[in-house]
Write a protein that binds this ligand. Structure first.
Ligand SMILES: [Zn+2]
Length: 345
């Protein structure tokens, strides 16, 4: 499947290696009904289960990782995590969650720790579960995202449709959301100054989405990864990215940052070792799908024969055992996607 290249957007300035960043001219007046990408989930393999991210009953638990560094972990396994970092001048929040209520939970958690202003809100990717809460943050808060994320967020109505299966087709979850686009877009790297503390934003390439951003706090060596990494015991979610892009992106990530703790967009926190597992999986996937193509198998036959290896399945008595059906379906989706990517080469 061809991924449509992102369109250029007038008025988006590139900001790199600077912390007094330019404000971009993204206006919420311009939204498009046309989707930015083809929705391949429509013909996903039968065993694929959309991740259940309906926020009903989700409580974000604050976990301190170091001085001024906090993860916000969802009590429900697939519902989005978040986090925040406190400097002398103010606070940086990672991801806005899916609606005003969840965005309010994030801000309540910040207020239990500090009354300093929320200076920055980072959107790690364009999907609604990371961005629909934007409008519920203070007007003074600057929203920051990768250029591709900022551009894809214009497809607001399309994204509301895309997300429906993951929230039990319950439109009320985000029907009140108003589009609030990023104020600042960056290309490769951006360092933000919170006063006595810098936070780094990295773009390593296309992973799960075209604009996946890693937020890195250098003192604790914590990386918030959005949906590029979906937690301990998982495999890469290739919803939008091809195998070569994903391999390149994760290896760039692993070579650039020495990570102690990963706070994923969804799922359980992990150590930096998870990057090695992702690389191994992607290499195995590519080799096995290539083998199936060379053996003359159809896509369906490849999906049926290339089951997720036991190496990538959590033990049945482990806390992650509940993920097994999801991981098996996700692997089938990854095989399908990779087959389509490799068949023409
Ligand atoms: Zn997500």
């Amino acid at each position: 499947m061809n991924r449509r290249t992102t369109k250029s957007t007038n008025g988006v300035h590139t900001v790199s290696r600077m912390f007094a960043a330019a404000i971009v001219g993204l206006s919420s007046a311009n939204t498009f009904a046309e989707p930015p990408i083809e929705s391949f989930l429509a013909d996903a393999p039968a065993n694929f289960i959309p991740p259940p991210i309906h926020p009903a009953g989700a409580q974000l638990q604050t976990k301190q990782l170091g001085e001024g560094v906090y993860a916000l972990l969802s009590g429900l396994p697939a519902v989005d995590n978040s986090g925040f970092i406190v400097g002398e001048r103010g606070v940086l929040v990672i991801d806005a969650h899916v609606n005003a209520e969840m965005a309010g939970q994030i801000q309540d958690a910040v207020r239990r720790v500090t009354d300093k202003p929320i200076l920055y809100l980072i959107n790690t990717n364009y999907h609604g579960d990371h961005t629909f809460g934007n409008y519920a943050f203070p007007k003074e808060t600057l929203i920051v995202a990768h250029r591709n994320t900022a551009e894809h967020m214009r497809y607001f109505e399309y994204e509301k449709e895309f997300l429906l299966p993951a929230v039990n087709n319950d439109r009320s979850v985000y029907s009140a959301a108003e589009l609030r686009l990023p104020d600042i877009a960056f290309d490769k790297y951006l360092r933000l100054d919170l006063g006595g503390r810098f936070v780094e934003l990295h773009y390593f390439g296309h992973g799960n989405t075209p604009g996946d951003t890693v937020v890195f706090e250098p003192h604790t060596r914590t990386a918030w990864t959005g949906n590029l990494i979906i937690g301990e015991g998982t495999i890469p979610p290739m919803f939008e990215g091809g195998v070569d892009d994903y391999l390149q992106t994760i290896s760039q990530f692993a070579q650039t940052l020495e990570v102690t703790t990963i706070i994923p967009g969804h799922g359980a926190p992990a150590t930096g070792l998870l990057l090695g597992r992702y690389l191994r999986y992607l290499n195995d996937l590519k080799i096995s799908v290539r083998g199936a193509i060379d053996a003359g198998k159809t896509a369906d036959a490849a999906i049926a024969s290339l089951l997720l290896s036991a190496e990538y399945l959590p033990p049945r008595d482990a806390p992650q055992a509940a993920l097994i059906p999801f991981l098996q379906g996700l692997h089938s989706l990854n095989v399908q996607r990779t087959y389509r990517d490799l068949i023409d080469r």
